[in-house]
Write a protein that binds this ligand. Sequence first.
Ligand code: NAD
Ligand code: GLY
Length: 362
Amino acid sequence: MRIDLGERSYDIVIGTGLIHQASSYAGLPAARQAWVVTNTTVGPLYAAGVQAALRAHYAQVEVLELPDGEAYKNADTLNLIFDALLQRAADRKTVLFALGGGVVGDMTGFAAACFMRGVPFVQLPTTLLAQVDSSVGGKTAINHPLGKNMIGAFYQPQRVLCDLDTLRTLPPRELAAGLAEVIKYGPIADMAFLDWIEAHMADLVARDAAARAYAVQRSCEIKAYVVGQDERESGLRAILNFGHTFGHAIEAGMGYGQWLHGEAVGCGLVMAAELSLRLGLIDAAFAQRIRRMVAAAGLPTVGPILPGADNAESYMALMRVDKKAEGGEIRFVVIDTPGRAAVRPAPDALVREVIDACCLRE
Ligand code: NAD
Ligand code: GLY
């Protein structure tokens, strides 16, 4: 499918056997040098095949393996990319290929946005989460100790190749994490898709190939539509952050990497549904339905107690630096009515009630 962003439009290709095929890379920007940026887990599995395929198009193809994990999504690791590019005389035409999950994709994209003020990059997502969400739409970033994805840029890739074969090696916990972002699309945009996910959750968990392919395809369609309407999140795109305000607080509050991003988002979906319920926007049955689906995906539905004397305040302090916050006021993505989301503030007292109701008690 194509994501329509004027001169920044590009193809999202979904299929099998893609990343190791030279033809998948035809028509990309020409250059002498290409880099496969990956990590120490994904590199040994897939980088050699990608490197071989890229040699049909680029005279020099280098591989850089970054340390693996959300805890490394930071400025030090970003600098490893710049160090390598400069040491090997990369130039303004050099093309970066992000081979990995959302961490590699977000960091490589941000490196591409910054290096020599911008070089082309291509997303080769290898996690379900990256195939259904992070590789599409051009959000790139690193974390800051005070907030998730706080330093970054909107910078679109030249192409996204979602090779479903790579998901075969994905550990079950990571597969579940990706399902959080799949579930997200239903309540915010497409109730028919929510019905489908609910009916096929067991197939998705069991790695049924046809179910997985449809989940990736429909998720990318919804994401491409939303980003096509609002590339830089001046409005509509914020709905894609359903569950993320609570989720980002969990990730940062627990320490990056303790809770997987998708786990935190899964729990965040439950908390955001609870907030929507308490705001009188949805009924208890719908909030319960979201909770059931998150649980069926194998994701946590109860929030952790964050470090600090007052758990609700720990959440609120982290949520006040969320990118949707304005003038210190936290703004949440809520379900206005099933299938449609809105962004709005909520009274602190109500948010505290939600946190108290949704978090583990000691
Ligand atoms: P990840 O990149 O950390 O990957 C998860 C784990 O799976 C890692 O250990 C990785 O090495 C391993 N892995 C990746 N592919 C594999 C494969 N095929 N086989 C075996 N192991 C494999 O995590 P993620 O869930 O892919 O991405 C989460 C990140 O994405 C977060 O940093 C989040 O902020 C970001 N994100 C960005 C956007 C966006 O729009 N840019 C959207 C959602 C999430
Ligand atoms: N994952 C949220 C966004 O791309 O806007």
